[in-house]
Design a protein around this ligand. Structure first.
Ligand SMILES: [Mn+2]
Length: 353
């Protein structure tokens, strides 16, 4: 029992590896620092308290770690490029990793339960959870939080709290337009020549309308079909390029970002799930705003914590700083929102003891 009492978790979300705004180098430096905790723990000041950051027993990767939706230049090779080093560094850290998928890495959810890739050299595991960690109990339909110290914690990415995302989720089960266009765009020929292909496609359309139909008032069926196939080929090899390169702009304007935990919870979307989560603390990411909110319910209080992001830089909203490069540290003494300031400097933003 004693070993269960002394536990340390590190929670990271919304790194968006592959995205142009991802703080890739900072994230790698941070992981190297986490690896270093194995040899020596770090003592930092949090208000008037001293906290010892120990080497973690578990790392929770809380969604949107990879950006499969919106990679730089829509090119998925940028994800592969960005992923190499962080995952190599993660492997070196001597603890199990829990990967809870978010909306930007939603398709990884298909890997849940597909076991044999996940044991690393050091005997540690990386386990994928499609929705949340821990899973719901099949009988009661309830999810019981993980006990760390005297509090229990429940982890989910948080797009489940986001109205737009929740509607999308239903559609996405059958057809996910963002992924679909990304798939079509990431065909090498399309990726390389979509602009030229689009010019050819337009050219063919114009030809079709103004010249060919007049020359051949009644073209036979097979002529028509092969003509349609040629136009179709260039359409298919160019339109995904246009969609993939504009959806980033559209997506950015509808981003769920920059909402504090209070705003998310007061939006009432959480209500739906509330009876099924049996935990003192609900941890999520998604909005890129490391913050907290305490909700008073009929049964008591529930604390909501947001793990923030590793994208962009610190921004101020209505006098509140939204930090970049944030993580949560949880141990038997409490929960802490922290920010990586570079070169091993950690700043504590909020403490819950
Ligand atoms: Mn998200």
């Amino acid at each position: 029992m004693n070993s269960q009492m002394k536990q340390a978790y590190i929670v990271i979300s919304d790194v968006h590896l592959g995205n142009g705004e991802c703080n890739h180098k900072d994230f790698c430096d941070f992981l190297e620092w986490v690896h270093g905790l194995e040899k020596q723990s770090e003592v930092i000041k949090c208000k008037d308290k001293k906290i010892t950051i120990k080497t973690p027993d578990k790392i929770i990767l809380l969604g949107d770690i990879l950006d499969l939706w919106n990679p730089k230049n829509s090119d998925r090779n940028n994800i592969i490029k960005d992923v190499m080093k962080p995952f190599y560094l993660l492997t070196n850290i001597n603890c199990d990793k829990i990967y809870v998928v978010g909306n930007h890495d939603d398709s990884l959810g298909e890997l849940e339960g597909k076991g044999d890739f996940d044991v690393l050299n050091n005997g540690k595991k990386i386990v994928i959870y499609n929705r949340h960690y821990p899973k719901k109990d099949k009988k009661s339909g309830k999810a019981h939080g993980i006990k760390i110290g005297n509090k229990s914690y429940f982890f989910l990415h948080g797009h489940q709290f986001d109205k737009n995302q929740a509607i999308l989720k239903h559609v996405n089960r059958i057809w996910n337009p963002i992924n679909w266009f990304q798939d079509l765009f990431n065909v090498k020929f399309t990726k390389k020549y979509w602009k030229a292909n689009f010019a050819i496609f337009l050219g063919l359309l114009i030809c079709d309308k103004y010249f060919l139909m007049r020359e051949f008032p009644q073209p036979d069926f097979f002529d028509n079909l092969s003509w349609a196939m040629i136009i179709g080929f260039f359409a298919l090899s160019s339109i995904p390029g246009i969609v993939a390169n504009t959806q980033g702009i559209i997506y950015n304007s509808t981003k769920p970002r920059d909402k504090t935990v209070e705003q998310v919870i007061k939006d009432k979307y959480y209500q739906k799930n509330r009876e099924t989560i049996d935990a003192d603390v609900v941890v999520f990411g998604h909005t890129h705003f490391a913050s907290s909110y305490e909700l008073k319910t009929e049964t008591g209080k529930k604390l909501f914590l947001n793990s923030g992001c590793w994208v962009g830089s610190d921004i101020e909203y209505n006098g509140i700083t939204c930090y970049a490069n944030t993580f949560l540290y949880l141990d038997e003494s409490g929960a802490y929102i922290m920010t990586w300031r570079g070169s091993g400097n950690i700043e504590c933003i909020e403490a819950f003891t």
